[in-house]
Design a protein around this ligand. Structure first.
Ligand SMILES: [Zn+2]
Length: 213
């Protein structure tokens, strides 16, 4: 179960995608945190207070996904309980990004839940998007609330806080976050008037993807 040392390629990929998340506008300064499964029952996660855009190897903690035990002596992100809870209930995914992009976070601060299906990328690449009320960041309660929604969603909006995305592979996971931010931007820039895709078209798109993948 201990995977010391973590293969250098795993560390390089983690750093590459942490930097990419910032360059794509998903996080800023110390907002957001990234985790990724490695080895058997372990995960890498950014350390508390680290800036994803400038992440270095010394700012990557190695945890036991199940117990949360720190395996390399580095202090994991304050949201590690949430990352572990999602990894625990979604064995099909290997990557979790907690982000705070401007348009998505604006909508997370509003007293409404829009229909996010304004561009085809939402039904095709993201699927269901859920939301949870404000719960203290870093708490076990937030971890459990988000993980419960992640059972059948791939993005969760956290009221007055930010969002979490999970997926298989760094690129696919980050792509979902970027398309979500684009949909939220369109919703806001249209003054909440953007029309969602017709439900029949959403079903056709989902069917098309299933058949062609
Ligand atoms: Zn947070």
């Amino acid at each position: 179960m201990i995977v010391h040392p973590v293969p250098e390629e795993e560390i390089k990929s983690f750093i590459y995608w942490a930097h990419k998340a910032e360059r794509l506008g998903l996080v800023t300064c110390s907002s957001g945190n990234l985790s990724h499964r490695v080895g058997d029952g372990c995960m890498l996660i950014s350390t508390t207070g680290s800036w994803l855009g400038q992440l270095e190897e010394s700012q990557i903690a190695l945890l036991s996904t199940g117990s949360g035990e720190i395996l390399n002596g580095r202090k994991a992100s304050g949201e590690s309980a949430m990352h572990r809870a999602i990894m625990g209930c979604r064995p099909d995914i290997d990557t979790v990004l907690h982000f705070q992009s401007p348009a998505a976070t604006t909508l997370a601060c509003m007293d409404l839940v829009p229909d996010y299906n304004v561009i085809i990328e939402v039904p095709v690449y993201i699927g269901k998007i859920s939301c949870v009320p404000f719960v203290m960041p870093g708490s076990q309660m937030l971890a459990e609330a988000v993980a419960a929604e992640m059972m059948d969603s791939s993005i969760v909006q956290m009221r007055n806080h930010g969002q979490v995305v999970c997926g298989s592979g760094y690129a696919g996971t980050i792509q979902k976050a970027v398309f979500f931010e684009l949909a939220c931007t369109i919703i806001l820039q249209s003054n909440m008037k953007a029309l969602p895709l017709p439900e029949v078209s959403i079903q056709q798109l989902k069917h098309y993807i299933q058949v062609n993948n």
